[in-house]
Design a protein around this ligand. Structure first.
Ligand SMILES: [Fe+2]
Length: 190
């Protein structure tokens, strides 16, 4: 049976990311980081699986990005981050994703999920239990509260100590369901 995974902010080939996130990026050599991140992906994801990537994938030229993409199994869908200009401008690279979008809503295991690179405060069907998955802030957490999950490689809530691991839909949804649904009634009225 095929599975669904989430990840964000891989920052492949980013020379300084180790300094920003030393706990979750144990490899000071960015080339070693790339190789381990690819191997971890290959260990978890099979060709028939689906992976939603919430942006900031590559910090390298398009040729290297294409060669990395060729080594990542699965049906890959991208929600753009602020560092994905190379993907936006290169049709070959963009074509290696089954979809690219600024924002995406999906249903996995009957659960509504709202995918966006940045943490957001309100999202579609939030009051009915929809979960917001986000990236961008790496090893920090959103202050929005409610059913939101940071799915960055560096996520403090999802990271299991296995460097560069992707997060299964089951694990992400189970984690989000520990949080209360944030409703209309705790809003401040000015
Ligand atoms: Fe990022």
């Amino acid at each position: 049976m095929s599975r669904v995974f989430f990840t964000s902010d891989n920052h492949f080939s980013h020379k300084n990311i180790h300094n920003f996130c030393p706990t979750t990026r144990p490899d000071a050599d960015w080339n070693v980081m790339d190789q381990k991140m690819i191997l971890q992906w290959q260990n978890q994801v099979r060709q028939e699986d689906t992976v939603y990537m919430l942006g900031d994938v590559f910090f390298c030229d398009s040729a290297r990005a294409i060669s990395i993409m060729e080594r990542l199994p699965g049906h890959k869908h991208l929600v753009y981050g602020n560092h994905d200009k190379a993907i936006r401008s290169n049709a070959t690279l963009r074509g290696m994703f089954e979809s690219v979008a600024e924002y995406k809503e999906v249903k996995v295991n009957k659960q509504d999920l709202v995918l966006f690179h940045y943490p957001i405060y309100e999202w579609n069907k939030m009051h009915h239990g929809a979960i917001n998955l986000y990236g961008h802030i790496h090893n920090e957490l959103s202050e929005a509260g409610g059913r939101t999950v940071n799915v960055c490689v560096d996520s403090p809530e999802m990271n299991t100590g296995v460097p560069y691991a992707l997060y299964s839909a089951e694990d992400v949804i189970a984690h989000a369901l520990k949080y209360e649904i944030r409703g209309h009634h705790n809003k401040k009225v000015l």
